[in-house]
Design a protein. Structure first.
Length: 149
């Protein structure tokens, strides 16, 4: 069985390319901390793992993920043999991502990117109620004659 689950931070923005047949492919590197510290230095070791995503997964990653962002993914290990420009045979190990997941809230991602929320808030007596974003629900006035039932 060849199944990998990783969680780490992107070391760079994902790069999108297309095959000659027009199939999207994205590549990026994930910095994944090891679960223990080094005996010599007392610091955590980090592995830098090359990731490849294809088709809609590639487009999703390029659209929603940037350098420094935390993500989790599932996929499989792939070993590729190739020849470099000098004719030397090379071997590369990479993870082919099947699914990529957000591991941080949008608010924390925006805060990490330097976005700040405005401090000015409307007063309670102004009657303004902010919409509940992304939940599919909206707040309504709770007077009995406005209830839908």
């Amino acid at each position: 069985m060849n199944h990998i689950v990783l969680m780490g931070r992107l070391t760079r923005d994902p790069e999108l390319r297309h095959t000659p047949n027009g199939i999207p492919v994205a590549s990026f590197t994930l910095a994944v901390d090891r679960p223990y510290t080094s005996k010599e230095s007392g610091e955590r070791q980090t592995d830098f793992i090359d990731i490849v995503a294809w088709r809609s997964t590639a487009e999703f990653v390029v659209k929603y993920f940037t350098k420094g962002q935390m993500c989790a993914l599932t996929g499989r290990l792939q070993i590729r043999d190739w020849t470099d420009k000098d004719g030397n045979k090379r071997r590369t190990a990479e993870v082919v991502a099947d699914n990529v997941y957000f591991t941080e809230s949008k608010k924390s991602r925006e805060a990490a990117a330097g976005y700040s929320y405005p401090d000015a808030r409307p007063s309670a007596d102004s009657g303004y109620r902010p919409p509940v974003v992304g939940s599919g629900f909206e707040e309504f006035d709770d007077e009995d004659d406005n209830l839908p039932f």
